[in-house]
Design a protein around this ligand. Structure first.
Ligand code: GDP
Length: 184
């Protein structure tokens, strides 16, 4: 087994993954949708890192996905390197209704590449796809950036539960493939 894989009670693999992106793009709600199938209308003002687990079956293996949320730390540009440490995957989130959150992706990518592991799987996620009338970022813009930076890409709605499961599954499956190759 590679050094990034840990034995854990009822699972074959445990993967740390992180959420990054500007405030209020929907990171906490993507996580609560994925881990508890819940959506919250108000932002939680809680400051500090939070994480949740969910087991997923990939092939005949049980993978425990541990997903960390910044829980508001990004507001103060106070994300520490420990947040990134050991993360095998990152969900880089912007809000399709706020162009600025898309433009800030360069800054987040820079951070991910500076503090994250070299073969970290990054999935670019344009959230709030349900807000069609307020769209400021075209799907093609997300696709082009993903292609340029060699990232996976998906548009989601945490509110309507669109593509949330698929986005996490895509990230975890890719990590699984890399991890399985390493442990061969
Ligand atoms: P975070 O700061 O990135 O963790 O963002 P939150 O998850 O706290 O969400 C910020 C706000 O956007 C909240 O008011 C959420 O209810 C709302 N929100 C999150 N995801 C969606 C979505 O997919 N669609 C819509 N319409 N609103 C969303």
């Amino acid at each position: 087994m590679g050094s990034n894989l840990f034995d854990h009670d009822e699972c074959d693999y445990l993967f740390k993954t992180i959420l990054v992106g500007d405030s209020a793009v929907g990171k906490s709600n993507l996580l609560s949708r994925f881990s508890k199938d819940e959506f919250h209308l108000d932002s939680k003002p809680t400051i500090g890192v939070e994480f949740a687990y969910r087991n997923m079956k990939i092939g005949d293996k049980i993978v425990k996905a541990q997903v960390w949320d910044t829980a508001g730390q990004e507001r103060f540009r106070a994300i520490t390197s420990s947040y990134y440490r050991g993360a095998l995957g990152a969900m880089l989130v912007y809000d399709i209704t706020r162009r600025g959150t898309f433009e800030n992706l360069r800054k987040w990518l820079h951070e991910l590449r500076e503090y994250g592991s070299r073969d970290m799987v990054i999935i670019l996620v344009g959230n709030k796809s349900d807000l069609i009338d307020s769209r400021e970022v075209d799907t093609e813009d997300g696709q082009s950036l993903a292609q340029l930076e060699d990232l996976c890409f998906m548009e989601t709605s945490a509110k309507e539960n669109l593509n949330v499961e698929d986005a996490f599954l895509q990230m975890i499956t890719k990590i699984f493939e890399i991890a399985s190759q390493k442990s061969l």
